[in-house]
Design a protein around this ligand. Structure first.
Ligand code: PLP
Length: 267
């Protein structure tokens, strides 16, 4: 018998194609040497071409999974992915408070997933307010891409200057740290992610790859960051670890089906 590794909880949806969602999270947790637990929010009917159906898990069942796992197994970090609806966010928030996740206690990474790369909606329109008002103030780190930045703040980021303005606007919503991912700044030759804690901007440059096989990249980044936080890393250390992890995972992506293949945390 050996000692248990750190535990990380993902509160997220299933991707039947195995590319994104909890499947990406669990692969990443395994690759990072932590034990992954799941509070499932939704089942998506999905393949490499996109999402054709979504069934939500009842909100009280999502919250019950959080409490069940945290009270018995214990978690050293948690992350949220696809939260599907305002009702789920409203049920999960008191569950997180009850078990001491977020709000300066156990680290909470909020990946504000709103749509898939194919444009399929993964968060109801009326859920944005709940995400902003309930989860952002409790988050250790939020990790929006530029589409999510626009939905949440109304700021359309076109260049690195806008990226800083967006980071300030996001930080004003209450998270300790903000990571504004630059992957969708298509005219920029690099993928520059910007980390901000209300005082200091930390630039994390990385290569840009010309590939359509990036399915699950946001989940893989947030999960690798969460794994490092569970091991006790600081937020800047964890984000640097995650950035290196996602670059290697994009390099190891593979084609699948007729559409977009997944990034792979095994390299
Ligand atoms: N499906 C689920 C269940 C997800 O959680 C996510 C992202 O978090 C996606 C699909 C979208 O992934 P991508 O935008 O990489 O296609």
């Amino acid at each position: 018998m050996t000692e248990a590794p750190p535990r990380v909880l993902t509160i997220a949806g299933s991707d039947s194609g195995g590319g994104a969602g909890i499947q990406a999270d669990l692969r990443t947790f395994f690759a990072c040497g932590v034990h992954g637990c799941v509070a499932l929010t939704a089942v998506t009917v999905q393949n490499s071409l996109g999402v054709t159906g979504v069934v939500e898990i009842p909100a009280d069942t999502v919250a019950a999974q959080v409490v069940s796992v945290a009270e018995d197994i214990g978690v050293q970090a948690a992350k949220t992915g696809m939260l599907a609806s305002a009702q789920i966010i409203e049920a999960v928030t008191p569950a997180l408070d009850r078990v001491g996740i977020g709000a300066g206690r156990t680290p909470l990474v909020v990946d504000p997933v709103s749509a898939s790369m194919h444009g399929n909606q993964l968060l109801a329109d009326n859920a944005l307010d709940a995400l902003r008002g309930l989860l952002f103030p409790r988050a250790t780190l939020v990790t929006p891409n530029l589409d999510e930045v626009r939905l949440i703040t109304g700021i359309a980021v076109k260049d690195r200057e806008d990226q800083r303005v967006a980071a300030e606007a996001l930080h004003a919503l209450g998270p300790e740290w903000v990571l504004v991912k630059g992957g969708h700044m298509w005219d920029d030759p690099e993928c520059l992610d910007l980390l901000y804690d209300g005082r200091e901007f930390i630039e994390l440059p990385g290569p840009r790859y010309d590939t359509e096989h990036t399915h699950g990249s946001g989940d893989t980044l947030a999960s690798s960051i969460s794994s490092a936080l569970a091991r006790g890393a600081s937020v800047p250390e964890a984000v640097r670890f995650g950035k290196d992890f996602i670059v290697k995972s994009v390099e190891a992506a593979y084609p699948l089906g007729a559409g977009s293949g997944p990034v792979s945390p095994f390299w």
